[in-house]
Design a protein around this ligand. Sequence first.
Ligand code: UT7
Length: 328
Amino acid sequence: MNFPILSTGAALPRTCVSNDDLVARGVETNDAWIVSRTGIRQRYICEKDESTFTLARDAAVQALERAGIAAADVGVIVVATCTPDLSFPSVAALVQGAIGAPTTCAALDVNGACSGFIMALATAKGLLAQGMGKHALVIGAETFSRVVDWNDRGTCVLFGDGAGAVVMGCTDDGVKGLTGDAAPQGLLAVELGMDGTQAGCLKSSGGVSSTQTAGVVVMQGREVFKQAVRQMGQVPPVLAQAGLALGDVDWLVPHQANVRILEAARDALGVAADKLVVTVDKHANTSAASIPLALDAAVTDGRIARGDIVLMQAFGAGLSWGSAVVRW
Ligand code: UT7
């Protein structure tokens, strides 16, 4: 069975906020600190009429249009988010209703924070493999601007809002239309990991069942940094599962938290600098949306081409991690 990635889509809030804009908004910081410590130059922040749902919907509609797939042909919708519009129903339910996907479709959210998109890919693959349709919308969508403590300069400058989506297919044979050969296509292997004993390193300060609020982001930055570099700097088992080696990787598309983490992990892996896709400078950390937004950027500017091997790597709250390898 093949799980080809047919298209990508992206949606960003209307308002782009530079580091200097943050200073103007009263955050006690400066452009030089943010750029040197994180590589972030700007982020997009939702206005009142924008939300995780509207971003997820817009990214999904764009991905469907680019794939030439009608909403009526979607069998699975998985939205990775930890910043949903409502505690329930899910963002996936709102997207299903808004785009007119069939009521027979499996639609659910996955709360995996920064590893959420890899979890969503794994979930969608499993649902498609069980026969729940021929096409899945896999979406990462977040509005971290709504859960950061704007008085905590150590965290509020790091995050942004956005959504990215892919349409994943499911076929029994090779997908000749994509690469013209019969080699395995699309999502070749995916793996996930979790160490819940470290939940306190990066978490929300509240929730429905504890404080009856969404809480705000609380992070032990240095500890998370260290663990992220250690985890993302290891050769992920997905490569061997897919019968590949690091040398086969054309594009490294990691979760975009901090350019220093990305470069340290890339160095540890020994991957060439020009194979690393970086969008954290433009989007900041958009949690579960960062990998699909980075994929969309590198596909739409022509870097990622059909047949390329793409390695995605995520790390975040949990502490959680995950990797996926795709033959594009
Ligand atoms: O999505 C996955 C999870 N997130 C991450 O992967 C993030 C991981 N962590 C990091 O990226 C880094 O730890 C940070 C970027 C969050 C922080 O960088 P750091 O080099 O570890 O800085 P720090 O927190 O140790 O702070 C160093 C200094 C402090 O000043 P003093 O005590 O040395 O005088 C902070 O008060 O920088 C100060 N500082 C700031 N200054 C200007 C902290 N935040 C800011 C700020 N602007 N926004």
